[in-house]
Design a protein around this ligand. Structure first.
Ligand code: MRU
Length: 355
């Protein structure tokens, strides 16, 4: 992995190290996860979050189980690793990258089952490391493609967090912004605070400031007012799951932004690696939306703003219909409607390149 850069996940000697995102931007603290349970909790409790980062962490979780296993036989080893994969699958339901990474670890386990246990351990550790390294390279390509779409924009709005903290590299949507900002020093970013978990205020603002890009933090309900004043030229967000017709699950509030963008004639872009595609699902109605703890709404960052016994509805994601998305940026290039066709072509291209 690239040294000296902002990174969310590191692997060292059988331990996953997570940059504890719950205390950012005020403190930089690393969480050591040396058991599968600690890794699973790290994902569930959002010490690490963001679709690609969750997938990478889960893959390392399997590697933790493998490297630290005391199993003497392949049957014992297989049982332990399959158990670890099953536990990690239950952490968060919406981002498909988690399941993609765990499927890949499971395929690796099956492919090396004929080898001695010591070799199987090494193979699983390498597979997790490869998943991480590949994501880092994907981010670079996403940034290159996405920045072309932002070439003429002066003011770009983004939602949630899609940078280094959410991925294995420099990000998805945020990589497009940072690469565009290298060419256009006047680029300015509107950072949505992203209620209720405040990924924008706590994490994206931190990353954009770290990159030295001009920005303003806004609350989510200010976006339409800015658009009306022609102060937003483009919107770019990440994704947690993109299905066959282009419907895209992303952080709650994304759908509202896409509707506002349509109403104001502003392009609305989604940027994600092909590991975020789930073409087994036809429409967004099939995506499971995670419901989170009511306290995230009544006690943001632990601060009470409403009575804790109030009934609360707290879906973590919404689904933006494909027809509201101007383009989807993948590492293979830029896809436009009809997404049924363009996403399939992109995925085939990616799979051919891998074969
Ligand atoms: O609940 P989170 O913080 O894991 O949600 C993250 C998002 O919705 C991101 O926008 C998405 O994962 C894209 S990450 C590059």
């Amino acid at each position: 992995m690239a040294k000296g850069k902002l990174r969310a996940v590191r692997w060292s000697k059988g331990t996953v190290h997570l940059l504890e995102q719950r205390v950012l931007p005020f403190r930089e603290k690393w969480l050591k996860c040396d058991t599968v349970e600690k890794v699973a909790k790290g994902i569930e409790d959002m010490s690490v979050r963001g679709a690609p980062a969750i997938g990478i962490t889960a893959a390392y979780g399997v590697a933790v189980a493998a490297v630290r296993s005391k199993a003497k036989t392949t049957a014992q080893f297989d049982k332990e690793i399959s158990g670890a994969i099953a536990r990690l699958r239950k952490t968060r339901p919406t981002a498909v990258n988690l399941f993609w990474a765990l499927d890949r670890m499971d395929e690796c386990l099956k492919a090396v089952a004929v080898l001695p246990v010591s070799d199987q351990k090494r193979a699983l550790e390498k597979e997790a490391f490869d998943i991480h390294a590949e994501d880092e390279a994907l981010c670079e390509r996403l940034g290159q493609h996405g920045s072309k779409l932002l070439a003429k924009a002066k003011n770009v709005l983004t939602h949630c967090n899609t940078g280094a903290l959410a991925t294995g590299g420099d990000g998805t949507a945020l990589a497009a912004i940072t690469q565009a900002a290298k060419k256009n020093k006047k680029l300015h970013v509107w950072v949505d605070e992203t209620r209720p978990y405040l990924q924008g205020a706590r994490l994206t603002a931190y990353e954009v400031a770290h990159a030295g890009i001009d920005f303003h933090l806004i609350t989510d309900n200010m976006a339409a007012f800015l658009m009306k004043q022609k102060k937003v030229d483009a919107i770019i967000v990440g994704a947690d799951r993109i299905v066959a017709n282009g419907d895209t699950a992303n952080k709650i509030g994304t759908y509202a932004l896409a509707i506002m963008a349509k109403a104001h004639g502003i392009p609305f872009y989604v940027s994600a690696p092909t590991t975020t595609l789930d073409l087994t699902k036809k429409t967004g109605d099939e995506i499971e939306i995670e419901q989170r703890n009511p306290r995230e709404v009544t006690h943001p960052q632990g601060v009470p703003i409403a009575k804790e016994d109030y009934p609360v509805y707290n879906p973590a994601f919404d689904v933006t219909p494909g027809h509201l998305i101007t383009a989807i940026v993948l590492e293979t290039g830029i896809c436009r409607a009809p997404y049924q066709k363009s996403l399939r072509v992109a995925l085939n291209k990616e799979q051919k390149g891998r074969a």
